[in-house]
Ligand binder design. Structure first.
Ligand code: ATP
Ligand code: MG
Length: 659
């Protein structure tokens, strides 16, 4: 039997050096690694000094009671002041904070840092009038409109932790989060525009509020932004219009400064693996970690860059790399309300061309969707303003990386593949664009100041060329502090597996290649055991995606009498491949065998029109496993599109499959 923790199947020879001009003027150079290795507390203290503190800290890190960390102990600051006011005070009030683009054509707004300061202050004053004080929780259930960012910053300004719930979630998901974190106020809108039409949000809040009441928990107020103008039902005792209370509030608000460890927000994870966890982030360390990494990884030049992160604000990426990191750095951003295909499939590329976007940060799932549609669509737009591309959320398959590099990046833009989690708060593993020669599919190296390792079952480092568990060995500033109201689950979930060594276990498998660079291999829960070999999902999926007819793939292990488990694959074909032809299944099985070996050859391949994904675009493999093992499909409440599983199950019973 194989001894290995995770089998290393694939090889990659291509590398791309940083562009010379970017390297010459990079915000962060190779020296940062040495500085951080020398004394990481000094390194992080310097990163924290990039922020404005009302009172400086007495101690950088308190790790006396692991796994409960405290960063910048005794320091006091205000997150909203750091993201907004200080830029205005520095004379940059006229700089654009957001170029906001609504989904309906010609629906646009430009918001400067001065505008943002006035609006955040008004909203903060309005929330105070509604009874919100430091420590109260506020839920935000909104579309991608400027008021959403304003609402988050207004909460931060008051020291009232927010919990943003993705606008696509059901009233059940909202209700459970309202109850779990005890939200006093909900901020929402009548609706938002998605896929060309107005979709309602307020009715789900009404339902969620009723459900929460049924469980003995009452929300005090619902603050409603008018976005679409659709009709809403109204409860005078609870509901208030944003335009009544915010627009009429004073644009002056003196902010209070809070302890560095004051809670900033609770974010529920996307729920790929089960019941969502309420991740708690606090203020000083989180803002330090996100603003430092945003500056380093995206090489932001705030005077000239136009930065666009496509993530929904209901996801941690929207928090760390659309709100807190970039705003702390004084960035000019694009924020877009709708979907990439409304009103036409080139909408994103059109926005890049219109605003001269220079830095673009998106998810592999989006890139693969564009690959599916074909390059003619982006080729129709001028993307020459772009200088740097980022990826987050899943491993980027080498083929998708090459497509992103060539078609979107015109072969001149470096790609930063950033590995991190809701829990880590900040980017942990990524190339530095002015330093690292990138490899398609690899997140490369830990960020300066971050101690990551790939270890075996006993917690020992694996040698280069081998796979294992990804762990983080030292605390970092933006780390989660606990799970909301559940310290035991926090310890059990992240710190139990390597308790003696004190490692944080991320739940992901990874390998080191022959150069020691890190490749993410997917969740260890998804590892398949085929004839004693432990196979991870990512490499087999990447092998499938490297076939010219395939755009996306998901693999799972299904029980098998002979091999223990067998590889089952679900693939989406590129539009140009039509139905793939009669032999598509055999062709793909052979392709996997040729690319990475017979052991990984799928027993079964199903061609499907869609894959089940979370709101953040992650494939939910546990649902596919249910299908592959002919079980009833499990909990689908965090699926982006509930109908997808029906489509797949139908496909399975009509059977374009081979055994
Ligand atoms: P839950 O923990 O509830 O299942 P989730 O893990 O999907 O939800 P997130 O915190 O949004 O919620 O996702 C973090 C995970 O996303 C990582 O653990 C990793 O599996 C994956 N991931 C993120 N970025 C990358 C990347 N660049 N390469 C590979 N995987 C990535
Ligand atoms: Mg997770």
């Amino acid at each position: 039997m194989s001894e290995e923790t995770l089998t290393n199947l694939s090889r990659e020879e291509r590398t791309f050096a940083p562009p010379a001009d970017l390297a010459a003027s990079a915000n962060v150079t190779a020296e940062a690694y040495d500085a951080a290795a020398g004394d990481s507390e000094v390194f992080w203290a310097e990163a924290a000094e990039r922020l404005s503190w009302d009172q400086t800290w007495e101690r950088v890190l308190d790790w006396d009671n692991p796994p409960f960390a405290k960063w910048f102990v005794g320091g006091r600051l205000n997150a909203a002041y750091n993201c907004v006011d200080r830029h205005v005070e520095a004379g940059n009030g006229d700089r654009v904070a957001f170029h906001w683009v609504g989904e309906p054509a010609d629906d646009k707004r430009t918001i400067t840092y001065s505008d943002l300061q006035a609006e955040v202050s008004r909203a903060a004053n309005a929330l105070v009038d509604l009874g919100v004080k430091a420590g109260d929780r506020v839920a935000i259930y909104m579309p991608m409109i400027p008021e959403t960012v304003v609402a988050m910053l207004a909460c931060a300004r008051l020291g009232a932790p927010h919990t943003v719930v993705f606008g696509g979630f059901s009233s059940d998901a909202l209700a459970s989060r309202l109850v779990d974190c005890g939200a006093k106020v909900v901020i929402t809108s009548d609706g938002g525009y998605r896929r060309g039409s107005a979709s309602a949000l307020k009715p789900a809040v009404d339902e969620a509020r009723a459900k929460a009441s049924g469980e003995g928990f009452d929300v005090e107020h619902v603050l409603v932004v008018r976005r679409t103008g659709q009709e809403v039902s109204w409860d005078d005792a609870v509901d208030v219009w944003w335009h009544d209370v915010v627009d009429n509030a004073s644009a002056e608000h003196d902010c209070e400064f809070f302890d560095s460890e004051h809670p900033l927000y609770v974010m529920y994870t996307s729920g790929t693996t089960g019941k969502p966890k309420g991740i708690l982030h606090t203020t000083g360390g989180y803002l330090t970690g996100t603003s430092y990494t945003h500056n380093a990884v995206f090489d932001l030049k705030p005077e000239t860059d136009v930065y666009w992160c496509t993530a929904d604000v209901g996801w941690v990426t929207g928090h760390s790399y659309m709100v807190y990191g970039p705003l702390a750095n004084g960035a000019t951003q694009v924020m877009y309300e709708g979907t990439p295909d409304a009103p036409h499939r080139g909408r994103w590329w059109e926005i890049i061309a219109d605003y001269g976007v220079t830095i673009f940060y998106t998810a592999p799932t989006a890139i693969r969707t564009f690959m599916k549609q074909g390059r003619e669509i982006p080729d129709g737009f001028d993307l020459s303003s772009l200088r740097l591309l980022g990826s987050v959320g899943e491993s980027i398959n080498p083929e998708a990386y090459m497509w992103y590099r060539e078609v979107v990046g015109g072969e001149r833009c470096p790609i930063v593949d950033t590995w991190w989690q809701t829990e880590t708060g900040q980017i942990m593993i990524s190339p530095l664009p002015g330093v690292t020669a990138g490899k398609p599919g690899s997140a490369m190296t830990p960020m300066p100041g971050i101690e990551v390792d790939v270890v075996n079952d006993d917690g020992e480092s694996v040698p280069n060329g081998s796979g294992g568990y990804l762990v983080i060995k030292e605390p970092w500033p933006a780390m989660l502090r606990t799970l909301w109201g559940d310290d035991d689950r926090f310890k059990e979930t992240y710190w139990a597996r390597f308790r003696k060594l004190g490692y944080y276990f991320a739940g992901d498998g990874a390998k080191r290649d022959d150069d020691g660079d890190i490749w993410l291999l997917g969740r260890v829960d998804d590892v398949m055991n085929v004839s004693g070999h432990r196979l991870s999902t990512t490499e087999i999926e990447s092998a499938l995606v490297s076939h010219p007819k395939v755009a996306e793939a998901a693999v799972v292990g299904a029980a098998d009498e002979t091999t223990g488990q067998a590889v089952c694959a679900f693939v989406i074909l590129r539009d140009s491949a039509g139905d793939g032809g009669a032999d598509i299944v055999e062709e793909l099985r052979k392709h996997v065998q040729k690319e990475i070996g017979a052991i990984a050859k799928p027993r079964q391949i199903l061609v499907v029109p869609e894959l089940p994904k979370t709101r953040s675009g992650k494939i939910m493999r546990r649902l596919l496993k249910d299908v592959a093992e002919h079980r009833e499909v499990g909990d689908v409440t965090t699926l982006a599109d509930g109908a997808v599983m029906d489509l797949i199950s139908k496909g399975v019973s009509s059977g374009k499959a081979a055994d």
